[in-house]
Design a binder for this molecule. Structure first.
Ligand code: ADP
Ligand code: MG
Length: 309
C-alpha cells in the first residue's frame, strides 16, 4: 500500500530525514518510533504530500507521489501533530469544512459527518464551538476530520500527546477499531507502550535514520530476557566476571569501567543470583540498572539514548 525509498529532506544545513526506506502492507499498522527531532513529523508530512522531499521515491496505493499526487491524495487521511481546527466553529462545521475540501457535499457530506462523529463519540457535542472542547476532544475531532473522506491510509502524528488519560484510551480504541476494519495506518509516537500494543511492525528512528525495523516482538527479542548493568568496585568487577558468566539465566557478561553488563534470558532470576553472588564475595553494589525487554530499552540498547528525556 505504501512504499518509501531513499527519502531525504534537508532544512538548510540540517538533514531532518536521511535516507529512509520502508514499506507498509494493506491493513498493517506501522509505527514510527523515535525521540523528539528524530524526523517522524517530517517523514509523515512528506507522505501526506504536505512537504516535498529532496530525494526519494514514494508510492501510495500504487501512485507515485512525484507524478500522480492528485490521484494519491484522496486515499490519504492525515491527522497532524499540531491541531488544525477552527476554534469558533462547531465540531459539525469544522467537519463540514474539511469534507468540502475533499469535494463532499449534500447528503453524502451529512452522512459522513454523522459517521465520523459517532466513531469518535462526539455526536452529542456536534453543535458546540470547538474552543470549549478539552485537548482530548479536539484530538478526537481531528481524527474525525482525517477520516471524513474515507481514506484508505491514515497517518497519525503523535495522536495521544497532551491529552487526558480517558481521551488517550478513547483514541487508542479508535485506532484499534480502524485497524480491525482493515485501515492501513502509520502511527508516530514516542510512547513505546502504545507502539507495542498497536503496531504490527515498528521502525525505530533516530537522527533522520531508521536504526531498526521489525515486528515489535522481534525487536524486543533483540534484548533476550533483559540486560542488567551493575556497578561494582573496579577490581571486584574483574574478579567476579567468570562467576557472573556462570550464573543461571546469564547468556554473556562483560566488564567495563567497573560496570558489568549481563545479557540474560530472564532478568529477574539472573538479578537475584547476581545479588547473592555479590553478597557472598562482599562486593558492594554501587549502581544497578535493569533493562526489561521492551521497545524503550531496545531503543536505549540501539542508540544509547532514552526516548523521553
Ligand atoms: N520547518 C523546519 N525548519 C527547520 N528545521 C526543521 C523544520 N521542521 C523540523 N525541523 C528539524 O528537523 C528535525 C526533525 O524534526 P521532526 O521531523 O519534527 O522530528 P520529530 O517529529 O521526530 O520530532 C529536527 O531537528 C527539527 O528541528
Ligand atoms: Mg513530530
Amino acid at each position: 500500500m505504501i512504499t518509501v525509498h531513499g527519502l531525504v529532506k534537508r532544512y538548510g544545513q540540517r538533514t531532518a530525514v536521511n535516507g529512509v526506506s520502508f514499506s507498509v502492507q494493506a491493513s498493517e499498522v506501522f509505527g514510527l518510533l523515535g525521540p523528539n527531532g528524530a524526523g517522524k513529523t517530517t517523514t509523515i508530512s512528506i507522505l501526506a504530500t504536505l512537504l516535498q522531499p529532496d530525494e526519494g521515491q514514494i508510492t501510495i496505493g500504487g501512485y507515485d507521489l512525484r507524478t500522480q499526487a492528485a490521484a494519491a491524495k484522496p486515499l490519504i487521511g492525515f491527522v497532524p501533530q499540531e491541531l488544525a481546527l477552527y476554534p469558533t466553529l462547531s465540531a459539525w462545521d469544522n467537519l463540514a469544512f474539511f469534507g468540502r475540501i475533499y469535494g463532499l457535499h449534500g447528503k453524502q457530506l451529512h452522512a459522513r459527518i454523522e459517521s465520523v462523529l459517532s466513531l469518535v463519540r462526539l455526536r452529542d457535542r456536534a453543535g458546540e464551538a470547538v474552543r470549549n472542547f478539552s485537548g482530548g476532544m479536539k484530538r478526537r475531532l481531528n481524527i474525525a476530520a482525517g477520516l471524513i473522506h474515507q481514506p484508505r491510509v491514515l497517518f497519525l502524528d503523535e495522536p495521544t500527546v497532551g491529552v487526558d488519560p480517558q481521551s488517550r484510551n478513547f483514541i487508542f480504541e479508535h485506532v484499534a477499531q480502524l485497524k480491525a476494519e482493515g485501515m492501513t495506518i502509520i502511527y508516530t509516537t514516542h510512547y513505546m507502550e502504545e507502539a507495542e500494543r498497536l503496531c504490527d511492525r515498528v521502525a525505530i528512528m533516530d537522527e533522520g535514520r531508521i536504526v531498526a525495523m521489525d515486528t515489535t516482538r522481534a525487536l524486543i527479542n533483540l534484548l533476550g530476557g533483559g540486560v542488567i548493568y551493575v556497578g561494582l568496585p573496579p577490581d571486584a568487577a574483574e574478579a567476579l566476571l567468570p562467576a557472573v558468566r556462570a550464573l543461571p539465566h546469564v547468556h554473556s557478561a562483560s566488564a567495563q569501567d567497573g560496570r558489568l553488563k549481563l545479557e540474560t534470558s530472564d532478568a529477574k532470576p539472573a538479578l537475584l543470583a547476581l545479588i547473592e553472588l555479590c553478597n557472598a564475595h562482599n562486593a558492594a553494589i554501587l549502581s544497578l540498572e535493569v533493562l526489561e525487554p521492551n521497545l524503550e530499552s531496545v531503543f536505549l540498547h540501539l542508540t544509547g539514548k532514552r526516548l523521553r528525556n
